[in-house]
Write a protein that binds this ligand. Structure first.
Ligand code: PRP
Length: 182
């Protein structure tokens, strides 16, 4: 790991993440046999998970990205407003979509995106999330493929940031409280 004084501890090492990502990929391969799902990665946080997951999934897939923001600007809580910064470029009508997300916290982001894709007549929308913090949930959202359930600690790395920092850490790490509460 790149040493950083704001990091309290490693929650999941790069190796643990890769092992779990492979298991999730195998489940997806199994469930979508004979299909060509549309993978919709939710930027920015999910970019590394999408890249690792899809290289383990043994299916033909279409890959696209949607970019939304609800935290940002140094906030550690959701604003409740999900702003669409970049839409999908592919048409999801009639497609089996898998939304790929780094973390589900309040659930607001994914429930809004899922609702939007169903309004656009996607055939099905499932969710693959690397992390879930059930204790922070505000809306109910079904996670079909989950990497790890985590406690309510501020995590960064493997695509996840605080104020745009720490995204390129290989491990998923817990940030020291003083790094985000000052
Ligand atoms: C994070 C994360 C999810 C969302 C989850 O995104 O990547 O998209 O928050 O939170 P929720 O379940 O409470 O809606 P963020 O807005 O921080 O943007 P980023 O992905 O660009 O880091």
């Amino acid at each position: 790991m790149k040493a950083h004084s704001d990091i309290k501890r490693i929650m999941f090492s790069a190796r643990q993440i890769q092992e779990r990502v492979k298991q999730v990929a195998d489940e997806i391969t199994q469930d979508y046999k004979g299909k060509r799902p549309l993978i919709a990665g939710v930027l920015k946080g999910a970019w590394i998970f999408v890249a690792d997951l899809l290289r383990q999934v043994e299916l033909d897939v279409d890959v696209d990205f949607i970019c939304v923001a609800s935290y940002g600007g140094g906030r550690t809580y959701t604003s409740g407003e999900v702003t669409l910064l970049k839409d999908l470029t592919l048409d999801c009508k009639g497609r089996d979509v898998i939304l790929v997300e780094d973390i589900v916290d309040s659930g607001i982001t994914l429930s809004r995106i899922k609702e939007m894709l169903l309004e656009r007549k996607a055939n099905s929308v499932r969710i693959a999330a690397l992390l879930s913090k059930p204790s922070r949930r505000k809306v109910n959202v079904e996670i079909n493929y989950l990497g790890f359930e985590v406690p309510d600690e501020f995590v960064v790395g493997y695509g996840m940031d605080f104020d745009e920092k720490f995204r390129t850490l290989q491990d998923i790490c817990v940030l020291k409280k003083e790094a985000y509460s000052s």
